[in-house]
Design a protein. Structure first.
Length: 234
């Protein structure tokens, strides 16, 4: 005889049979980021399933342990579903994807890279870091589109020409482009250091020396100085 809904603890939206789970001995799945409604639900469920499988859990364990990995907002969604409206783990997957597919943050495209620009007086290496950080958020962008977007944000005409020269056959990779830029940035930094030392050298004023100043004569009898020589001999 199948237990009734009131006889079994768990999520009321599950049918009674789905809420019965046989927990593996020593069940301890590795922690992952909780489902918050912003991440892609399909990708998150794939990761969650792998984690539970690696801990020897089956689909019943997945369904019953799921609330532990949900942020409060998503957990409220689950507990607010009509009673016994979810019949299986697959059914729960479909409902979760349908409900949060539209609210998740979607990856950008190569046009987002073109919005990254090197600011006035911004060090070249800072621009490289900012551009690469954005690039990691956008999957599957061809190298040539990355290079074009990267060049478009550089302020140095010399560097733009050098990248174009090296990429004349359109075979330059994005990694090679960044290596060229890094070497250029090293030279730029060294030149700034030289200029800075030169300015520091010429900005130092020589200290005034009291020794160079002429000393005023000591107090003497000015009348004696003014006397003719013969008067002094008397």
């Amino acid at each position: 005889m199948t237990p009734t809904n009131n006889e079994i603890d768990g999520i009321k939206a599950y049918i009674p049979r789905l809420r019965i789970a046989r927990w593996p001995k020593g069940f301890k799945p590795v922690p992952i980021k909780k489902c918050d409604g912003q991440t892609n639900p399909r990708e998150w469920l794939q990761l969650y399933s792998m984690v539970i499988r690696s801990a020897r859990g089956d689909s019943y364990v997945m369904a019953n342990y799921l609330p532990v990995y949900l942020d409060p907002a998503v957990r409220i969604w689950l507990t607010s579903l009509p009673e016994e409206s979810i019949t299986s783990w697959g059914d729960l997957n479909r409902k979760l994807i349908e409900s949060f597919q539209g609210t998740c943050n979607r990856p950008g495209n190569h046009f987002d890279l073109t919005r990254i620009k090197q600011k006035t007086n911004e060090p070249l290496r800072d621009y490289i870091k900012q551009f690469c950080a954005k690039k990691t958020e956008i999957p599957n962008v061809p190298d040539q589109q990355i290079i074009v977007a990267f060049q478009g944000g550089i302020r140095s005409d010399d560097l733009v020409r050098e990248i174009s020269r090296r990429n004349h056959d359109l075979k330059l990779t994005a990694q090679e482009c960044f290596e060229i830029t890094d070497k250029f940035a090293s030279g730029e930094s060294a030149l700034d250091d030289i200029r800075g030392k030169g300015k520091e050298k010429w900005s130092k004023k020589p200290e005034s020396s009291k020794k160079d100043k002429k000393r005023k004569p000591d107090n003497v009898d000015l009348q004696l100085i003014a006397q003719p020589q013969e008067l002094l001999e008397e």
